[in-house]
Write a protein that binds this ligand. Structure first.
Ligand code: FMN
Ligand code: COI
Length: 387
């Protein structure tokens, strides 16, 4: 099996993760909705942009610092919220957050995370965002706002692309459940993946730590994600909820899952300070456009001030350069750091962030750009004759 230190890129880490994880767990991370058209498109769309370099521009020092959610970030990348993290590695969210802090990047904790937001805040001094799903129990949303204020979270992200669960067929086939079901087949699969099973099964008990005090469906046994989302997520969420949340929180707030200029404008008009342009990594509406293809129009719609974060399909540092040139404030990654986590815990996340950071720096140098703020539309163009 390839070792962590031999991994050269995100694709290598994905391969290591696929060998270390039982198949249903890897497929849950890796998969998308329906025919996985958007999942593939998110990644492929980056190849349809050319980078146009400047030369002789003194790239001996390159400034990459930026601000996202009002916080300093060492370079324009952040870590997207991902649920159920303890299933992928026993050290779960804390391992990811520690690696993010080491790299000076913003970490986001999901409502569906497996570490209490207070515990994360205590262990992690770096900039952090809490991602909100609105449950039918609306009391939880008000509670999140109060708890995030107390714990010192810097921003909120409200995910709006999941009124119902996307149709993840790999999960249907594998019988993926939370927590993993101990059937004869899964036990065999766990036995074949001891590197995963030991920390995962002997570590802290799996729970949806931020909601389980109110909604402890899992107490009655494993259930599918489809059933959980159907039972708990509130489909009646609307723009009024954005206004309410913005007024209660009164701080940096991004709407995650916005895809159009119109909805981006409406997000800002409703009190958000930014949008995460995202199709949920191709896990919800299959057929949705790639986030990178929406960035230019979204930026034009909201003007210079709001954060516009390109979320989905980033697998290279050069992808971030392209998104910035099209008008994004920053990019955000999900699977890349989860592959790293599964491949090697905190060291694996550290590895993926180092690789992407090096690629980003190198791309800027080769493109003749010595300050991220100087990246502009002329550095990128839609490829001609691409197929
Ligand atoms: C395993 C997994 C779990 C996720 N859980 C959440 C979640 O709890 N909340 C959320 O807003 N998005 C969630 N997402 C979506 C990510 O935040 C992000 O939008 C997506 O992963 C970006 O695409 P990428 O994986 O190509 O980087 C999840 C994604 C994955 C792969
Ligand atoms: C636990 C889930 C709701 C997390 C999620 O958003 C996803 O799997 O894409």
């Amino acid at each position: 099996m390839m070792q962590l230190h031999r991994a050269n890129n995100v694709a290598d880490l994905r391969r290591i993760a696929s060998r270390r994880l039982p198949r249903p767990i890897f497929d849950y991370i890796d998969g998308g909705a329906d025919d996985e058209v958007s999942l593939r498109r998110n990644v492929d769309a980056f190849a349809r942009y050319d980078l146009i370099p400047d030369v002789l521009n003194d790239v001996s020092a390159i400034r990459t610092e930026t601000r996202i959610f009002g916080q300093a970030s060492r370079w324009p990348l952040m870590l997207s919220p991902t649920g159920l993290t303890r299933m992928f590695h026993g050290h779960a969210e804390l391992a990811v957050a520690r690696a993010a802090a080491k790299h000076g990047l913003i970490y986001s904790l999901s409502t569906m995370g497996t570490t209490r937001l207070e515990d994360l805040a205590q262990a992690f001094a770096g900039p952090k965002v809490f991602q909100i799903y609105i449950f039918k129990d609306r009391g939880l949303t008000a509670e999140f706002v109060a708890r995030c204020k107390d714990a010192g979270f810097d921003g909120l992200a409200l995910t709006v692309d999941t009124p119902v669960a996307g149709n993840r067929e790999r999960d249907r086939v594998s019988g993926f459940s939370l927590p993993p079901k101990l059937t004869l087949t899964s036990l065999l699969s766990f036995a074949r993946h001891p590197a995963w099973s030991l920390p995962a099964l002997t570590g802290a008990k799996f729970s949806l730590a931020n909601v389980s005090h109110k909604v402890d469906l899992l107490a009655s046994g494993p259930m599918s994600l489809f059933d959980y989302i159907g039972a708990q997520f509130d489909r009646s969420v609307s723009w009024r909820d954005v206004e309410w949340l913005a007024s209660q929180w009164n701080g940096p707030l991004a709407i995650k899952g916005v895809m159009t200029p119109e909805d981006a404008r409406r997000s800002v008009a409703s009190g958000a300070t930014g949008v995460m342009v995202s199709n949920h990594g191709g896990r919800q509406l299959d057929g949705a456009p790639a986030p990178i293809d929406q960035i230019e129009a979204v930026r034009a719609a909201v003007g210079d001030a709001p954060d516009v974060i390109c979320d989905g399909g980033i697998r290279r540092g050069s992808d971030v350069v392209k998104a910035l040139a099209l008008g994004a404030t920053a990019c955000s990654i999900g699977r890349p750091y989860l592959y790293g986590l599964a491949a090697g815990g905190e060291a694996g996340v550290d590895r993926v962030l180092s690789m992407l950071g090096d690629e980003f720096q190198r791309t800027l140098a080769l493109a003749g750009v010595n300050d991220v703020a100087a990246l502009s539309r002329r550095h990128v163009r839609k490829s001609e004759g691409w197929r």
